[in-house]
Each structure stands twice: as C-alpha cells, then as structure tokens.
Design a protein around this ligand. Structure first.
Ligand code: MN
Length: 339
C-alpha cells in the first residue's frame, strides 16, 4: 500500500509499505479516505515541530471505512465510517487519572510521535474509532478532528450562553473555536489582520469582526461589550503580544484560553489577573470532544460550506503541501484523498 511519509525534515514522499495486520483484540483496521493537512504537518515537514521524530508517516486528521476488526471489537463493524481520535495515552499517570489523556505524561500523537493516517490502511484502537453516519461526505468527516480543537478551547474556557467570546485569529483553529462558541450560544467577536479571513468568519456566524490592523482592538471590544471586556478570550494568534492583550481585554471573572506553543515569554503583571480573578488556561488537543463535534455534525450545526479549500489525490501530496505553504493566509483546510 501507499503511504505519505516525511523521511526527514524537508523530505516528503510517497512510499510503499505492507498493509498493517490486526494484532490486538481491540484493533480496528481503517481504510483511509481523507487526511487533512494541518499547520503542524507543515511544521513537521520543515523540521519545526519539536515533538516530531523521523521518519514519520504524517497525518492526525483522518477518516475512513472499517476494513476489519479484532475479535473483541463491539462498537464498530466492517463497513462503518469512522473518524480517528489520534492520541495514545497511558491511563496511569496523574493527568490520565483525572480524565485528561490529552496531556498524558507519555502522550503519543499519531502523525507526530508515531505513524499517522496518511496511508491506505491504518490501525486504531476501538475506543479511538468514532462512528459517523454513512451519509456524511468524506470531506466533512475529515473536519471533525480540527473542530474538536475549537470545541476544547470553548470547553476549557467554560463558554456559556450569552457570554461575549473574543477569538483572536481567524485561521482554521480560530474559526473552529468561534463556530463552537456560537453553537454554545455565545456572542462571538473575531479579530484578525486579514480582511478576507474576517469576511469568512462573518459567514461562519461571527457576530462582530475586528480588523486589528485598521481598528483599535481594545476600544472596539469595550464598545461591543458595554465597557466590560470579553468574558472569554481565546488566543489563536499565539504570539507574545496576543497573550498579553488577551489578559488585558478579558472581563472580571473571565477566562483566557491559550492555544500557543510559543516559547517567548509574555510580560503580564499579576495585578491584572488578581484584580479580575481571571482564569488563564491552556488548551491542548481535546478531551472527550469527538462525540460533541459528531453530534453537531449530525445535527447540521457546523457551517462547513467553503471550509475545505481544496482536495488533492495522494499522488499529488507534494503539490498539496506546497499549496498550503504558499497560501497560508487564505487556506482553511486542504485534504488528501486516499484512493
Ligand atoms: Mn490539526
């Protein structure tokens, strides 16, 4: 079978591998249909992901058909459509015992620490194969994983109905956060520097958009919120300044959700946190968000029209990566279609 593999930083190619064999009783063999290209995959390709090891079959956003199951598998059967939850955790460490396997001490992410979904067939564990309706188009099924990231940001920020939620950054992750906040009944403000991205955020249901290049972000947010500031601020811009701004603009009793892997320290005065009793939290991958997003998908709540920018066949994987690389500002999601 064919696989898409980053042999070492800068070297991406299609290689030939044996179809994996079922070994565990709870193994599910998935015939992959679509793999999404994420910003983190581009970083792995360029050698800029600190967690990745090589050679690595890339892909953590993938969906497909169950081709075979181990003897003990009950929740899915051959022919079922599934989307994979691409994480493997130990179930023993403190975080796992707290029900938070996404931050497991020995966390392994498929496509990053271990081989991922860009292959014709891949094995996932039963509990990580989430069943989808057969009528869900593959291009939409492939968006479930990215939407769980936005769902997690809202979950971590405890987004409530009628909260003012400011999402900083209208890239793919910012959009999934904004859409999840909207579904939760929040009033959503999205900021970005690129007008086209803001237009699309509006189309996705954002109540207000702010172009932080031409408008004063703080002033606008205060205007919209009657002076109080945003109740939840989700930082999907992920630079030193955006974290500082998020702490500044968030209301008393508010929550700041940080999505950044930035290693640059921000300058934040503790008084700004204590005065408002801010909750500042990180959001990484997701915890039990697959069923939530799949329910949204089934209920037709996700505005997915136009979300997939382009679909490339596996044979044109290099062109697909190049396209994402060169159109960073306008790409939402590029998918690989596996034959
Ligand atoms: Mn991703």
């Amino acid at each position: 079978m064919k696989v898409g593999i980053v042999e070492k930083p800068g070297v991406l190619k299609i290689a030939e591998r044996d179809v994996p064999q079922l070994t565990g009783a709870r193994d599910v063999l998935v015939q992959v249909k679509r793999v999404g290209i994420c910003g983190s995959d581009i970083h792995i390709f360029h050698g800029k992901n600190p967690f990745a090891t090589y050679p690595r079959i890339w892909g953590h956003e993938f969906t497909g058909v169950v081709a075979d199951t181990g003897a003990a598998v009950q929740s899915v059967k051959k022919g079922d459509h599934v989307v994979a939850e691409p994480i493997i955790s130990c179930a023993r460490c403190y975080a796992c015992r707290q029900g938070r396997p996404n931050i497991c001490e020995t966390l392994k992410v498929m496509g990053v620490h271990i081989d991922g979904g860009c292959q014709e067939f891949v094995i996932v564990q039963e509990e990580k194969a989430h069943k989808l309706p057969a009528e869900t188009p593959w291009d939409e099924a492939a968006l479930v994983e990215p939407f769980t990231i936005g769902a997690q940001a809202c979950y971590r920020g405890n987004v409530q109905k009628d909260d003012f939620v400011l999402v900083m950054g209208a890239g793919t992750i910012g959009l999934t956060a904004a859409i999840n906040a909207k579904i939760a009944g929040a009033k959503v403000i999205v900021s970005d520097l690129v007008e086209e991205k803001l237009q699309y955020a509006k189309q996705c249901g954002a109540d207000w958009t702010i172009n932080a290049k031409t408008e004063d972000l703080f002033k606008k947010v205060r205007e919209i919120t009657g002076g109080m500031g945003s109740n939840v601020t989700i930082d999907a811009v992920c630079i030193k300044k955006s974290f500082e701004d998020a702490v500044e603009i968030t209301s008393a009793a508010g929550r700041v959700v940080e999505l950044s892997f930035n290693e640059l320290p921000s300058e934040i005065a503790p008084v700004g946190i204590i005065k408002k009793e801010l909750t500042i939290c990180g959001s990484r991958l997701q915890t039990r968000r697959f069923p939530v997003v799949i329910d949204y998908l089934k209920a037709g709540k996700l505005p997915l029209s136009g979300f997939v920018t382009k679909v490339y066949p596996l044979s044109e994987m290099l062109e697909a990566f190049d396209f994402v690389d060169k159109n960073n500002a306008s790409v939402r999601k590029v998918l690989i279609s596996v034959p």
